[in-house]
Design a protein around this ligand. Structure first.
Ligand SMILES: NC(=O)c1ccc[n+]([C@@H]2O[C@H](COP(=O)([O-])OP(=O)(O)OC[C@H]3O[C@@H](n4cnc5c(N)ncnc54)[C@H](O)[C@@H]3O)[C@@H](O)[C@H]2O)c1
Length: 282
């Protein structure tokens, strides 16, 4: 028996990166998956997003584990599309137990237009709200919602924040606040809501020129190696980043009944990064 056997989990941003890792980890523990992804680029995002081929690979990996998967191409910014994705999942599997709202963009870079801020908030905050608002009315007691924030939202604001960094921080902070309020509202119904907050994670979101420049403003065209030398500044443990699987362990726990009385949690998987910038508070 797997730790989430018999459950159905809807995951946004499931074509690659952390979303794919969560799909595989939840399937390995017995869940069937509704895998949602845009599978297209966004003009203000200076790195390629997931593709149809990526989403097909997630399908293949889940099916290899003998679990069922419904892949849905949908944009989390489109509330109708998200309601449709939830309905398609319910028609396919007859139930929905877990929602992992984690599609996101990080279009940091120099000379990025204000549009990058608007798109970041649209995907990382409005997209999460669209996902949750489509799903919540369909959930029963015992369901678990997990939203992906970021350690970046917990760090001090830099005075010279570029539009995308400002939008990213705002969206993730608002997401954390919303998780707190939604968890409070849904607790009487035995529906749980938690956030996971990764530090730098080794996915394509981290590995693009704009992000490298953010960490190495001293260099014109930093290489991956030069950026990686600066990445550990985020963390208390001396590592540049964690792996998607490190976040998936938390997601499986929060999705499973092992955490049945855990709600409203802001769970940092951050190699101690929070400790570097915050004093102790109860
Ligand atoms: N990688 C990091 O360093 C890091 C750190 C902290 C938090 N996060 C958060 O983790 C989450 C997952 O990111 P990742 O690291 O796997 O990055 P990623 O870029 O590999 O994956 C993000 C996925 O979301 C999809 N997506 C983007 N916009 C979408 C939209 N409008 N509708 C549907 N799907 C969309 C992309 O196609 C892609 O498949 C994000 O919320 C991100 O902000 C990432």
């Amino acid at each position: 028996m797997g730790r989430v056997a018999g459950k159905v989990a809807l995951i946004t941003g499931a074509a690659r990166g952390q979303g794919r890792s969560h799909a595989v980890a939840l399937a390995a523990e017995g869940a069937d998956i509704v895998a949602v992804d845009l599978c297209a680029d966004i003009a203000s995002v200076p790195y390629p997003l997931g593709t149809e081929a990526d989403l097909a690979e997630t399908e293949r990996l889940v099916e290899k584990l003998d679990r069922r998967i419904l892949a849905v191409r949908a944009d989390v910014r489109d509330s109708d599309a998200m309601r449709d994705a939830v309905d398609r999942g319910l028609r396919e599997f007859g139930r929905l137990d877990v929602v992992v709202a984690q599609a996101g963009v990080a279009p940091m870079g120099t000379d990025q237009p204000v549009r990058a801020m608007l798109d970041t908030v649209d995907v990382n905050l409005v997209g999460v709200l669209n996902t949750l608002h489509a799903a919540v009315p369909k959930l029963d007691a015992g369901a678990s919602i997990i939203a992906t924030g970021s350690l970046a939202a917990m760090r001090p604001r830099s005075g010279s924040a570029d539009p995308a960094s400002a939008g990213y921080k705002f969206a993730k902070q608002a997401l954390a606040h919303y998780v707190h309020e939604l968890a409070t509202a849904l607790a009487p119904l035995h529906i749980r809501v938690n956030a996971v907050h990764p530090t730098n994670t080794d996915t394509q979101m981290l590995h693009h020129e704009g992000m490298y420049r953010l960490f190495r403003p001293d260099l014109d065209a930093p290489t991956r190696e030069q950026a990686e030398a600066a990445f550990p500044v985020m963390n208390a443990m001396p590592v540049p980043y964690v792996q998607p699987e490190d976040i998936s362990h938390a997601v499986v726990y929060l999705a499973s009944d092992e955490s049945r009385f855990v709600t409203g949690m802001q769970l940092r998987i951050d190699a101690g990064g929070y400790l570097k910038v915050h004093p102790y508070t109860v």
